[in-house]
Ligand binder design. Structure first.
Ligand SMILES: CC(C)(COP(=O)(O)OP(=O)(O)OC[C@H]1O[C@@H](n2cnc3c(N)ncnc32)[C@H](O)[C@@H]1O)[C@@H](O)C(=O)NCCC(=O)NCCS
Ligand SMILES: Nc1ncnc2c1ncn2[C@@H]1O[C@H](COP(=O)(O)OP(=O)(O)OP(=O)(O)O)[C@@H](O)[C@H]1O
Length: 310
């Protein structure tokens, strides 16, 4: 098998991209129910400065995650190290925010993706199991999917050092409503990132939308489909229906760049804030999409073309 390794970005570059993705997600406005420059959305204990401080506090965790993934073969040992670093990152976040959970889900998704991109497999085209895609140069969508598949393999490995007996909001939503939540999204290779948010973001840009509207439409596309345990925990299945149908309606009205779409978005924002429904999982996955969009993948012209495998 031919294996081609491309130059990988450094741990500092990857940590910088993860922090920037979190900051850009937080600054994006107006996001329905989420923290942005206008305020805390459905959260009465968060605002934009807190989100930005939290993102910065996670930089050392992302840096260590990338360095560890660079030098540790992908396997159970790496998964356990990532668990330790992820939990240490959560503690740093809580210290920076005075105990507020600003980025737990985002650290999980971005931590796994940073590890996948920093580790070798996503950059070894021939070693990756996507045989059907082995010929011709890869575009950014394929590189992103390769990284998400690698992150999924890490997420599916057992973490023998994970604390037992602690029950999260996600656990409650999973047992009560059968939702998969953040863990299943990762184990399924982040389909709402690679098949929903990124295609929508690129389609918006290609259609000439401004960057802000393209990102808002990508967020709404995720909100219209995701089983978000954040929403389920606070609003149950009825809350989840409200979030999904509201997001669908904004898109059906033309999306964030149109007058009717913007009016529907502001109505949805009012409703989510009034009912304290926070689509936090969708915010996390938009940040994950922005991160994959920032990775300096090799341009098609730089790629050596592999012989097709039959
Ligand atoms: C898997 C995690 C997110 C815990 O999940 P759980 O659902 O039990 O927790 P909790 O309810 O506190 O938070 C889940 C968060 O995920 C986000 N989320 C909710 N639903 C979804 C969804 N369908 N898809 C993606 N994200 C979602 C929301 O932001 C939510 O707040 C994670 O915190 C964890 O296990 N961390 C341990 C450290 C670790 O192993 N890290 C490795 C990589 S750094
Ligand atoms: N812009 C954003 N605004 C709010 N939350 C966001 C944003 N972006 C991502 N999130 C995600 O939403 C989650 C918010 O957490 P959640 O609402 O479950 O808080 P909690 O404190 O655990 O729950 P609760 O407030 O219901 O007690 C975070 O884990 C974070 O990753």
């Amino acid at each position: 098998m031919t294996v081609i390794e491309h130059a990988r970005p450094s741990a500092a570059v990857l940590a910088g991209a993860a922090v920037l993705a979190l900051c850009e997600e937080a600054r994006l406005s107006p996001k329905p129910g989420l923290v942005d420059g206008r305020g805390g959305g459905a959260h009465d204990d968060m605002d934009l400065p807190l989100m930005l401080a939290s993102a910065e506090a996670l930089r050392p965790a992302f840096h260590e995650i990338a360095q560890t993934a660079e030098r540790t073969p992908a396997g159970a040992g790496l998964r356990e190290r990532l668990g330790v670093l992820g939990r240490r990152g959560e503690r740093a976040m809580l210290r920076a925010t005075g105990g507020v959970n600003t980025h737990r889900g985002a650290l999980w998704a971005l931590g796994l993706l940073v590890a996948a991109v920093a580790g070798g497999a996503a950059w070894h085209r021939g070693a990756w199991d996507g045989a059907a895609w082995d010929c011709g140069p890869w575009d950014r969508a394929i590189w992103g999917r390769a990284a998400a598949r690698e992150a999924a393999r890490l997420a599916a490995l057992p973490d023998r050092r994970a604390p037992v007996g602690e029950s999260s909001h996600g656990d409650l939503a999973r047992s009560r409503y059968g939702a998969g939540g953040a863990r299943r999204e990762a184990e399924n290779a982040f389909p709402h990132v690679t098949e929903v948010a990124l295609p929508r973001l690129r389609a918006g840009r290609a259609a000439g939308l401004g960057e802000e509207a393209a990102r808002l439409d990508a967020l709404l596309a995720v909100m219209s489909l995701l089983d978000d345990t954040c929403v389920l925990h606070r609003g149950g299945p009825d809350g989840l229906r409200t979030v999904r149908s509201g997001a669908r309606r904004v898109l059906a009205e033309g999306g964030a760049s149109t007058g009717p779409g913007r009016a529907a978005l502001m109505e949805l924002d009012d409703e989510l804030r009034a009912r304290r429904l926070s689509p936090g999982g969708s915010g996390d996955l938009l940040a994950a999409a922005l991160f994959l969009d920032m990775v300096p993948w090799p341009e098609p012209a730089e790629q050596e073309v592999l012989a097709c495998r039959r």
